[in-house]
Design a protein around this ligand. Structure first.
Ligand SMILES: [Zn+2]
Length: 263
């Protein structure tokens, strides 16, 4: 009962965030919000401080923002993360995105920023949360080259790379995309339960009922409670009891992010 990845600082929640958090508190043990841009850092810390022991945060720079950020700004932000290291539970989301970034010089900068953030995670002894889009083998190569150990592959879509992911001992967090995607379903089937976590990536990826199942609903706002629907789908795909999925995924997040919660 932990949402391991979402974005509470998004303006979609600006009017009723307190209400949303209160609603989630009734069913969940924790929410981990991911600050993916330096401009969102202050807001993220504010939300965490207001909801101590329930909302935790990871902090990083999303690769799709590479064009709008200078090398100097990256270094300044790294220092800010260092100063606030006790208030954060991981570095992320960070990684590579070749879908939004096509220019070779910017791809190179993306790689350099990714490596810098991975090294920061090692320096601060924090786990990393990885975003990878259309750059899956390259992402794994860099993680391996940097000898990263505590890795969570957020919304990982690379089912053909699962041998390598499992060999490296990496974790995977899955969200409601599995209600509509067979390839993400294959990832779930190939991820050991001890390496699996639940997430939403909310406010994105809301779902709506569709007969006796669900489908993605791009027009609505998502929230952390959707991890329940994802857990149900995982239970179906892995043919394991829902309660077992629900509890084990939370235990995995608790351990990975060192939350020290009673699950
Ligand atoms: Zn995200």
């Amino acid at each position: 009962m932990i949402d391991s990845h979402c974005h509470l600082e998004q303006s979609d929640y600006s009017k009723d965030l307190d209400k949303i958090i209160l609603k989630c508190k009734k069913e969940l043990k924790a929410i981990i919000t991911s600050c993916a841009h330096p401009n969102d850092f202050e807001k993220t810390l504010e939300i965490v401080n207001k909801n101590k022991g329930f909302v935790f945060c990871t902090v990083g720079i999303h690769p799709e923002y590479i064009k709008e950020i200078t090398d100097k700004q990256i270094d300044v932000f790294l220092d800010l993360i260092r100063k606030n290291k006790d208030g954060i539970v991981g570095i992320g989301e960070i990684g590579l995105d070749y879908h939004w970034i096509k220019e070779s010089d910017q791809i190179e900068r993306q790689k350099q920023m990714f490596i810098k953030l991975l090294r920061l995670a090692k320096e601060l002894d924090k786990p990393v949360v990885i975003h990878s889009r259309e750059a899956l083998p390259e992402t794994l190569d860099i993680l391996e080259q940097e000898e990263m150990k505590d890795v969570l592959l957020h919304m990982w879509g690379g089912h053909t790379l699962m041998d390598k992911v499992n060999e490296l001992g990496y974790n995977v967090s899955m969200n409601s995309i599995i209600v509509s995607s067979k390839s993400y379903g294959k990832v779930v089937k190939r991820t050991p339960l001890e390496k699996l976590m639940l997430e939403t990536d909310s406010p994105w990826l809301a779902v709506k009922e569709d007969g006796n199942s669900y489908k993605l609903d791009p027009d609505s706002r998502n929230d952390s409670l959707t991890i329940k629907i994802t857990a149900q789908k995982i239970a179906e795909l892995k043919d394991i009891d829902f309660q077992k999925i629900w509890k084990q995924c939370a235990l995995n997040s608790n351990k990975f992010f060192k939350l020290h919660l009673n699950i």
